[in-house]
Design a protein around this ligand. Sequence first.
Ligand SMILES: C[S@@+](CC[C@H](N)C(=O)[O-])C[C@H]1O[C@@H](n2cnc3c(N)ncnc32)[C@H](O)[C@@H]1O
Length: 474
Amino acid sequence: MGASSGGGRAGGGRPATGGKRPGAGGRRPKPVRDEARNVAYDLMRAVDERDAYANLLMPTLLRERGLTGRDAALATELAYGTLRGLGTYDEIIAACSDRPPEEIDPPLLDAIRIGVHQLLKMRVPPHAAVSATVDLVRLRVGTGASKFANAILRKVATRDFDQWLPIVAPDVEEDPVGHLAVAYSHPRWIASALRDAVGGDLGEAADLLAADNERPAVTLVAWPGRSTVGELVESGAVAARYSPYAAYMPEGDPASIEAVAQGRAAVQDEASQLVALALTRVPVEGSDDLWLDMCAGPGGKAGLLDALAVQNDRHLLAADQRFHRARLVWRATRRAGVITADGTEPAWRPGVFDRVLVDAPCTGLGALRRRPEARWRRSPDSVPELGALQRRLLGSALDAARPGGVVAYVTCSPHLAETRVVVDDVVKHRSDVEVLDAPAYLREVDRLGEGPYAQFWPHHHGTDAMFLSLLRRT
Ligand SMILES: C[S@@+](CC[C@H](N)C(=O)[O-])C[C@H]1O[C@@H](n2cnc3c(N)ncnc32)[C@H](O)[C@@H]1O
C-alpha cells in the first residue's frame, strides 16, 4: 500500500481550496498560507534542527507571528500533539509509503506528521487536513514534495486511528511492550521502564502512557506569606485537590494573574509542592533552623521552601551547580542564601543542616506531559550515568544533614533505576540512615504506594510522576 515518492500524483487531485480543481485541466490554485500550521511546522523544525525546547520556543513564535486565542491554541495543539504522537504516526506513514520515515526528507516528514495528527486526532475534516498540509508543503518544502504528501495523507485518511492501530502496532499478547510503545507513542525503552515502574501491570501502564499524551492543566503555587489560594481563585483559578498552596488554571495565560505577574505566585506542579512540603512536615528533635536545597535550579521547590522558611523563621541555603540556574533560584526566593556549588563537592560543613532536599538531575520521565519532544530526546544510555550522580548527590545530602536531621530524595522520574534502586543502594552502604514512611507525611494524597517510598502519578493524581523518599540521618 506504499505511495511512491518519485513521480505522479497517487490517488488523484486533492480537493481544491477555491477556484478550479487540479487535474481537471486548470491551473493549480495558489497555496493558502495558514499561520497556525506554519508556526507548528517551524516549531517542529526547530526541535529537530537545533534541539529547541518546544515549550520554551512556542510562546516566542506565537508572539512574533501575532497569534492569539483560537489560532494560538490551534498552533499549539498541532505542534505539541504531533510531537507527542509521532511515534505512532511514523508507523502509519511507513505503512502508506514506499520509503521508511527515516528516508523521507525531515522537513517533508514533519509536515506530513502534522497532517496525520489532524487526520487522526483532531476534528479537522479530512479534505481540509489534506488540503492544508499540501499547501504547507508547497509553500515550505516544494511542489514536487507536495505530491508525495498528498498521496500519503489520502491513504492515511482511509482509516481512523483505532482502525490503524491493529495494522501498525505489534500484537499485545506477543509483544506487550512493543504494543504499548506504538499504541501510545513512546520509545520502547521508556514504555518498558514505565511498565516496570507501575509494577508490571499492562492496563495501568497503558493508563500512564495515555496520561503522558494529555495536555496537563496549569497549576499555580501561592507562595505562603506572599499570596493566597483565595487570591488566585478570585482571579479565576480553582483551588487544587491536594496542596494547600495550589490552584489549577483551566485556561488563559498565567502571567495575566496579578499575583503571578508580581512574582508572589508562580507556575508549579502540585506534586513538586507536596514533596517539598513533606520534607518540612517530618518532626525533628532539637534545632530546626537550617535547611539546604542542594539541586535548587531553577527554583521551583526552593521558592516554596524559602517562603515557608521565612514564615517560620528558618534559613534556606539553595545551591545549584550551574550559575544561570542559581540565578533563577535567586529570583524565585526572597531571603534564601543562593550559591553556585557542586553538591558532590560541598561548599558547606558536613552535618550542619536540619533538613536537606536533593531534587536530583534525572531523565525527567515523570514530566513527559509537559515536554512534548522530551521522550524522543532521552537515551537509555543516560540512566546509568545519572544513577551514578544521583547516588553521589544522595550520599552528600546525607553527609550534609546533622544526626537527627531529615533528607528528602526526589526525582521527577518514576524509573526504578533512578528512584528506589538508588535509595536502596545508598542506604545499604551506610549505617547512619533510617528510611521513613514517606506516604505517612502526605496523608491527604491517596495511592502513593505502600511505602516507604511515595510515588505520584499523572494518571492517578493529575501531577508529574514525582518520586519521594524521606530519610533520617541517625
Ligand atoms: C531536577 S533539577 C532541580 C529542580 C528544582 N529543585 C526545582 O524544583 O525547580 C536538578 C538541578 O540539579 C542541578 N545539578 C546537576 N548536578 C548538580 C550537582 N552536582 N550539584 C548541584 N546541582 C546539580 C542542575 O543544574 C539542575 O538545576
